[in-house]
Design a protein around this ligand. Structure first.
Ligand code: GLU
Length: 371
């Protein structure tokens, strides 16, 4: 993968609180956001998909509600997030609306990205929004997330979103222009590292502690995000977002640190499905379906002759031939009970059999790895 932002197909942009929130009035920096919307529109013109992970709800909401400076109590923090998110979403809807781009708000908790069943739901919603031409606006669901179940910072949330949606690029817009060999605020010899391909202990040692103020991250959470990205075949870039038009600047070769993975999101995901998941059951196919899978098709309910085991939607299952030969692994779109009800039936009959309209396929080809 290269350092060219133009080569990204699906780009996640993470916007830090300090860039967006006016410290005094609890309003949104509108000019900055207008310019970002222009950047996003330019990406979409080029045929790139964009997802936004935006911080700022708490920073904006606490001032809107007149809460004091300093660390807030959990319930005040949650109230601030609730009030601030409305302002934030409104601002994004306005600036992107000017380019006729719809915005879909998605608030996630840690569980939505780690628990596989919740994960598949969040992933499908994000895919649907993208397919419909909208820009998902994502933040942590701070109003329900208590400290024990929080990400707490949007750097890692953005990396999980990138992994979940098989994005190939994550841009972290920060108040620092990249990873330095030491803290540039205290060490005059610190120099920026333009490219990282592996998070070594030396790289980790370069990250200082988290900053104070509205930003929750710091280099530590950014490196944690980079690890998730590299493992998922997604490149990540850290840059200073303070000046307007950050993506345009990136295109023009702005100073930044790029983290470049060796694999693509697709191969990384397939590796994950093949290697790290234990099968919760099996799906047996007829000869026609076996042949179709080998030509790169998805598995339809019509080609399934038997279901073994008890599993839930989103679980990994073994895919087998009628005589029990293991052909590969996949993430199944239906739980065992529903899968039994629709096996052997045409896709058009799914709704009638189940009483709801689920996915058209039993296992999507992107969720399938053949041996
Ligand atoms: N979710 C928090 C908010 O919207 C921000 C967390 C962060 O700054 O990383 O205020």
């Amino acid at each position: 993968m290269t350092r060219k932002i133009e080569s990204g197909r699906r780009i996640v942009i993470k916007i830090g609180s300090a860039l967006l929130a006016d410290q005094e009035h609890g309003t949104v920096h509108r000019k900055w956001l207008d310019a970002l919307a222009e950047d996003v529109a330019a990406c979409r013109e080029r045929g790139q998909e964009v997802l936004l992970v935006s911080s700022g709800a708490i920073a904006i909401g606490r001032r809107r509600l007149g809460l004091p400076h300093g660390v807030l109590k959990l319930d005040d923090n949650q109230a601030a997030a609730a009030a601030g998110m409305v302002r934030l979403a409104h601002a994004y809807e306005e600036v992107l609306g000017a380019f006729d781009i719809a915005v879909g708000q998605v608030l996630l908790t840690l569980d939505d990205t780690e628990n596989r069943r919740r994960y598949i739901n969040a992933r499908n919603t994000l895919e649907a929004l993208l397919k419909l031409g909208a820009v998902p606006l994502i933040n942590e669901n701070d109003t329900v997330a208590t400290d024990e179940i929080r990400f707490g910072d949007n750097d890692r949330l953005a990396a999980r979103v990138a992994a979940m949606t098989s994005a190939d690029t994550l841009v972290l817009l920060s108040d620092i222009d990249g990873l330095y060999t030491a803290d540039p605020r205290t060490d005059a010899d610190a120099v920026i590292i333009p490219e990282v391909t592996e998070i070594t202990p030396e790289i980790e040692a370069m990250a200082g502690a988290a900053p104070i103020g509205d930003s929750k991250g710091g280099m530590v959470t950014k490196l944690a995000a980079a690890k998730v990205c590299l493992a998922n075949g997604c490149r990540m870039v850290i840059m200073d977002g303070n000046e307007p038009y950050p993506l345009k600047r990136l295109q023009d070769g702005a100073t930044a640190t790029w983290f470049l993975p060796s694999a693509t999101p697709k191969t990384a995901r397939k590796r994950w499905i093949a290697g790290t998941l234990s099968a919760a059951g099996s799906v047996l196919l007829d000869a026609g379906a076996e042949k179709a899978l080998k030509t790169g098709k998805s598995l339809l309910p019509a080609g399934v002759v038997a279901i073994e085991g008890d599993f839930q939607r989103g679980d990994a299952v073994a895919v087998k031939s009628t005589d029990g030969r293991e052909l590969g692994r996949g993430l199944i779109a239906y739980g065992a009970e529903d899968a039994r009800r629709i096996m052997g039936y045409k896709t058009s009959e799914i709704e009638g059999r189940l009483g709801y309209r689920g996915r058209d396929v039993m296992i999507h080809r992107d969720d399938l790895v053949l041996d």
